[in-house]
Design a protein around this ligand. Structure first.
Ligand code: NAD
Length: 389
């Protein structure tokens, strides 16, 4: 007998909602509906996404009897509230990061999810790049030897000009940390998962290089405004007088892990020319591995005996990496495929399929850990001292 498809709904209709929608469809779910910041915008989004239903509010969507899985793709300030509503209504939840603005709230959600027995996942999707998985399998299999150094960066440029603005800049919507919570959290989740090390101590410096923003340039990292040339004059709007910025544009972190490695991380949303450069390197006693999210079809593998660029080819990869390698070699996979792999695993867990790989996907507990790391970064920067995590 053919099983009825899972019924899912998506709160939010922006850049990431589109990825969730496509991934849900690829996983064979029935997407019931969507909502946005107003009922009118929700209707337009439903039309754009080809969905029959627009929910008037995210709250209605989160508790709807028609829905099995709720995807929370709204700005950060609503994540805790919507995830809690959905879990209490018996829904499985996929909630975007950052899960919460503070570790206490994230921990409460982790407890609620555990007690409910429902699936509660967070899209730290870079875990789903096959070559990142290959790096993890090689570290686990002893290829690198003992891991000594973990270093890298996550750089973007979409907030590098004074006119660039977005809800993420406002701490009431984005939370107390911006660059680190938004993208540094991804890097930390990924390197901890790949290495099996946990960051146990860190010292951080935060920088707000643009203390005032005007809102005349790029409003999201996916729009095409202010493509080139000098900044245009401020356009009228809520920020035309210039809004004072309190969240960080960039962060430097030195770190130590629970298994004796050390490392360094630079996070920035103001690095011209860098679009979404998540890059990490793991230096072990025998070999080093480096992964670049913008060139995810290969993995650098270096040793004293010689260096290689390993290409994604399921026939040559570990079974875990081969499982996610859904296109033939030479047919580039990317970010959207990570979402598809992630959502497929989450839905398999929802259906309680006994897949041996489940759960590879990051859960609320993993997300709570990144919230704790974010708090440590902010505390360290304020106190100018090492902080134990
Ligand atoms: N996991 C990832 O790789 C990844 C990537 C991008 C964004 N994100 C996360 O996804 C979330 C959304 O980011 P985005 O880039 O899509 O933002 P966006 O600005 O493109 O979209 C936000 C959407 O939320 C809707 N919205 C705002 N308030 C709402 C409300 N009260 N009720 C219902 N809808 C509301 C808006 O109408 C808009 O459609 C953020 O938390 C962000 O951190 C995660």
């Amino acid at each position: 007998m053919v099983e009825a498809p899972l019924r899912v709904a998506i709160a939010g209709a922006g850049m990431v909602a589109r990825l969730h929608l496509d991934a849900a469809r690829r996983a064979g779910a029935y997407v019931v509906g969507v909502c946005a910041s107003t009922p009118e915008r929700g209707k337009l989004a439903a039309e754009r996404f080809g969905l029959a239903r627009a929910f008037e509010t995210a709250e209605q969507l989160a508790v709807s009897d028609e829905v099995d899985v709720v995807h929370v793709c709204t700005p950060n300030d609503s994540h805790v509230r919507l995830a809690e509503l959905a879990l209490r209504a018996g829904k499985h939840v996929v909630c975007e990061k950052p899960l919460a603005p503070a570790a206490g709230e994230a921990d409460a959600l982790v407890r609620l999810a555990r007690e409910s027995g429902l699936i509660a996942a967070v899209p730290f999707v870079y875990r789903y790049h096959p070559m990142a998985v290959e790096a993890r399998e090689r570290v686990r299999g002893g290829y690198t030897g003992e891991v000594r150094l973990i270093h890298g960066h996550y750089l973007q440029d979409w907030l590098s000009r004074p006119g660039d603005n977005n809800w993420r800049v406002d701490p009431r919507l984005g939370g107390p940390s911006r660059a680190f919570a938004d993208i540094g959290s991804h890097w930390c989740d990924l390197v901890e998962w790949v290495t099996g090390h946990r960051i146990s101590e860190l010292i951080a410096e935060t920088q707000t290089v643009l203390p005032t923003r005007f809102g005349s340039g790029r409003q999201t990292f996916s729009d095409g405004a202010s493509r080139r040339g000098p900044q245009r004059g401020p356009r009228r709007g809520p920020h035309s007088a210039g809004a004072r910025v309190t969240t960080e544009d960039a962060v430097q972190v030195l770190l130590r892990t629970d298994r004796g490695a050390s490392g360094a991380l630079t996070v920035s949303q103001v690095s011209p020319g860098r679009k979404n450069r998540l890059w990490f390197e793991i230096d072990g006693a025998e070999a080093s591995l480096a992964f670049d999210q913008e060139n995810p079809e290969s993995l650098f593998a270096g040793s004293r005996a010689g260096n290689a660029r390993l290409l994604r080819d399921a026939a040559l990869l570990s079974p875990e990496a081969a499982r996610l390698s859904v296109l033939p070699p030479g047919h580039p996979m990317g970010y959207a495929d990570c979402f598809a792999g992630f959502v497929a695993d989450v839905y398999a867990a929802v259906r309680a399929e006994a897949a041996p790989h489940v759960p590879v996907f990051p859960t609320f507990a993993d997300a709570a850990r990144t919230v704790r790391l974010t708090e440590a970064v902010l505390l360290s920067a304020r106190s100018r001292s090492w902080i134990e995590v």
